[in-house]
Design a protein around this ligand. Structure first.
Ligand code: GN1
Ligand code: MG
Length: 365
């Protein structure tokens, strides 16, 4: 009841005056909470919006975050007028968010669509690659200095290792003993996992505007045609490496299983999905990428998988403060699944490289 009333209160603050019918929980994301709120207009027709409760433990700069989203969506809209986009509603004071203790709220239009957590249809996978590649290309001329780092050092893998080591040392939740094997593996691959970050710091890879959370379920597809319509979850749009976006998409979409599968031994890299996503992504980005960026794409998949495993495990050891969990071992299960995938990727580096080279040869790069 409390949430029911809260969502009504938030809707009214964003000046939605229709008759309130109630809400549905949308399963989207591990950090924020998302609801579809339903209304009836005066003429009797239905109207829905999306309300999100943004986690300020993860995102501490609400203003900077919403300003990033405004600028980026405006830039994309300028290039693609008429394309479906998210519109954030304003309060009477022209704010795009409402602060409320530990959280902040925002409200957007609801886009009827389908999303996928796992896909085996290669046309859909290729379309997701095109969507994220197109996002990257549309923002290639956007000035990164106009963006706030919404989570500083988000994909700075060495920093993530420091945070991980601190969590192991502090052992706040008394869970280190049961995660010894995972901790040892993460530490054993540290140098390889951090190589991309080292190259970035050495200026060997260009810093671009990146999405930084390129899970395939952040692409909204047209339910009839399966064409990608819009990319959502722009909270982590920040300066970053193209490999972060590519690697994150692969570690999510090309895993044989979902990222929190309890049977970690079933996790691994599906090379068919890898190929389809790569073809879509590179069809949009190849012309703007440097040789080094292309060469390091397979490494970026491994780096992002290990980095995320270290984040899941650090959160588990800290007592689950960051990621939403459904049961006590959820973050440990996610860690194991991500590590199994990372191990499998290590054995498939050459296959990944070969698929990329084949595509480059086909397109003369
Ligand atoms: C979080 O909340 P969601 O699902 O969009 C996380 C990503 C992780 C992902 C793992 C801001 O994203 O970095 O890859 O979980 N986002 C943030 O599922 O930390
Ligand atoms: Mg996200």
């Amino acid at each position: 009841m409390e949430l029911y009333n809260k969502l009504l209160e938030v809707s009214r603050l964003f000046r939605i005056e229709h008759e309130y019918l109630g809400y549905e929980v949308i399963q989207m994301g591990n950090v924020n909470r998302t609801y579809k709120v339903n209304f009836k207009r005066a003429d009797g027709s239905p109207k829905s919006y999306l309300i999100q409760n943004v986690n300020t433990y993860a995102f501490q700069n609400a203003e900077g975050l919403m300003s990033n989203i405004d600028k980026v969506t405006e830039h994309i809209r300028g290039k693609k007028p008429g394309q479906i986009a998210l519109h954030f509603h304003h309060t009477a004071d022209r704010a795009t968010y409402v602060l409320d203790g530990e959280n902040f709220w925002r409200l957007t239009n609801y886009v009827p669509s389908v999303t996928y957590n796992t896909v085996k249809d290669m046309d859909i996978v290729r379309n997701a690659g095109i969507a994220f590649g197109d996002f990257q290309r549309s923002l290639a001329d956007f000035d990164i200095n106009d963006l706030v780092e919404t989570i500083p050092d988000f994909h700075q893998t060495r920093r993530r290792y420091e945070q991980f080591c601190r969590a192991v040392e502090e052992d706040k939740a008394g869970r280190v003993a049961e995660a010894r094997e995972e901790i040892d593996f993460i530490m054993s691959v540290k140098e390889q996992a951090c190589r991309l970050t080292d190259m970035q710091l050495a200026g060997e890879l260009p810093v671009r505007v990146t999405h930084n959370d390129t899970k395939i379920n952040n692409v909204l597809f047209n339910p009839e045609t399966n064409e990608p319509m819009v990319i959502v979850d722009l909270d982590t749009v920040m300066p970053g490496l193209v490999g972060h976006d590519f690697g994150d998409a692969i570690r999510f979409a090309a895993n044989f299983v979902e990222e929190d599968c309890k049977e970690a031994e079933k996790a691994g890299l599906d090379l068919d999905v890898f190929r389809a996503f790569t073809e879509g992504f590179l069809s949009q980005t190849l012309q703007v990428m440097t040789e080094k960026e292309i060469e390091t794409l397979p490494l970026s998949c491994f780096a992002i998988a290990v980095e995320l495993a270290s984040r899941f495990l650090a959160d588990y050891l800290n007592g689950d403060r960051y990621f939403n969990i459904k049961y006590p071992e959820h973050n440990l299960v996610r860690t194991r699944c991500q590590l199994a995938l990372a191990k499998d990727m290590l054995g498939k580096m050459d296959d990944m490289q070969k698929i990329i080279c084949e595509f480059c040869e086909k397109t003369d790069k």
